[in-house]
Design a protein around this ligand. Sequence first.
Ligand SMILES: [Zn+2]
Ligand SMILES: [Zn+2]
Length: 363
Amino acid sequence: MKAMAVFPSSRELRLVEHPEPELSGARQVKLRILETGICGTDREIASFAYGMAPGDCAYLILGHEALGEVVEVGGEATSLAPGDLAVLTVRRPCPHEHCVPCIHERQDFCLTGDFTERGIKEAHGYMAEYAVEDERFLVRVPPELRNVAVLTEPLTVAEKAMEQAHVLMSRMPGGDDGSRRRPAVVLGAGPIGLLGAMKLRDCGYETWVYSRDEPDSANFKIVSAMGARFVDAQRHSPGELAEMAGDIGLVYEAAGVAKVSFEVLGELGVNGVFIFSGIPALKAPLEVDSERIMRNMVLKNQAIAGTVNAGHASYKQALTDLASFLRRFPSAVNAMITARVPLEGAREDLLRRGGVKTVVDMV
Ligand SMILES: [Zn+2]
Ligand SMILES: [Zn+2]
């Protein structure tokens, strides 16, 4: 079968002819991949900044955001049947018996770092014609979500962030209910930020998106279409953002830019919660207003959490929420995928970002 792969040692990115995977266990499921999303992580892997091939292979097949159609199931697989649509999760548990999160199938909290990730770390991904996976790592997709289900994996990042925010808000009397009456801010208007903003809008938050995107960009239009407010980070400082938004109760960071993130953290309100999900490139140390941030953290009961990857429940929640987004702001959801390219055309987008979300159409 054809697949898009990176060769980390020879620094190549190209199509390969890879053996078609076959069922080797009774609970396995074989999928024909229909669509695979391209994201910033894929672009980092394609530029050899990240990514590890499986031990027995010179290359890594890319792709971790995929929608497939079941073509074959093992004798003991009960949750899926041929013809069903399914999305695939990314991270697989580490082999260590002492890793409590992995034992509980929460490898997104793995303690050892010895997990694998399909399309990212030591396991082939889904930018290929077929994939085989244990049914535990698949989630069935309702047919009506066929055109948007490829957005499930990036949405799970926001789902887990909101799960963490919920835990932190539960410290306070009134829990989420009290927080929902205060404005929420999303940093960044890339796919993860936009999907996070949709999640906040769907939960009833007055939502402000703070981003460097141009006011005539597709990203800006999506923000408007979901009923969120856009603040141009090129023209307005974090202090001005706080003046406009008011008493910020929650920040969902999805930009991966440390400087602006810490500046916005300095504007967080009383009992506020700040969730980091972006991964900045390592640079020289940064000067931040550390005394002010520390004073606020203590005197305003603030909480910060970082979040990576997501568990199975976040995938189920993401599919439920995608259906809700489609009902409430269909034009915003449908505008997310700005290009569909054939597998042969994926290389160009992996090397140069364009639009909001490019999807590799395998069919
Ligand atoms: Zn991704
Ligand atoms: Zn583990």
